[in-house]
Design a protein around this ligand. Sequence first.
Ligand SMILES: *[C@@H]1O[C@H](CO)[C@@H](O)[C@H](O)[C@H]1NC(C)=O
Length: 277
Amino acid sequence: MRARGCGLSALLLLLLLPLAAGPLPGRAGPGALSELRVRVRLPDGQVTEESLQADSDADCISLELRKGDGTLVTLTADFRQEVKIFRALILGELERGQSQFQALCFVTRLHRNEIIPSESMAKLRQKNPKTVRQAEEVRGLEHLNMDVAVNFSKGAQLSPHIHNICSEAKEAIYTREEDVKFWLEKGVDGSMFEVLPQSADLPDLQRCKLCLDRWKPCICSYSLSIEWYPCMLKYCKSRDASGKVSSYKCGIRSCQKGYGFDYYVPQKQLCLWDEET
Ligand SMILES: *[C@@H]1O[C@H](CO)[C@@H](O)[C@H](O)[C@H]1NC(C)=O
């Protein structure tokens, strides 16, 4: 089981992106672990640093950024297993008696062309690391109904990265029935999945926001946004001496995308951020 690069635990030397891809001389060969740090502007105007790691051997990418409220958001794309994993480490409010942080993991299917391949990501670098970036394309908010829990100790069969990334969210790893169906067809072991109660089973089940009793089960909502990620490769054309035209990768298009997750919690007190909104 290899999950070397995409757990964001290793800090390696970084060579940064231009938005010009393509082989550069003096770069480590294929299979290299690379890290890129870019400055991005958050919707509230603050600037944060985002880390983008790629491991082309393990065929995975990991993006990490800290939101204005201190929440650490990580997205890991495991191309080999066609899995993407979102993790949020949410700081608790100590004065409200909350533990230091709460971790959530949302696991869903990775589609082709959602994000650039890991080998292209590993080649990205930037001319000016001080540039504050904003995505060229804003993709709409995607709502996901996370109706299935994933057993942490068996999750490695779905993606080896679950073990690293979700270790602080052992009791809070969620996915969707439609994604489970896809993975089962690929031969993934179904015993790691457990369908969670739905409104149809529990007529009283409310959104946590509307629920007044801290001890009652409810449907919690959590949203996050990946502020800047390379979503597509750009191609340029060149003409050789004989006039033959060929195209080559010459950069990336950047996107921003928001995700809203709904999931069952056995007690409203596990979903306190849903209160103030
Ligand atoms: C997860 O799987 C392990 C290993 O089979 C099992 O011992 C454990 O009880 C399961 N956890 C849950 C919450 O079902």
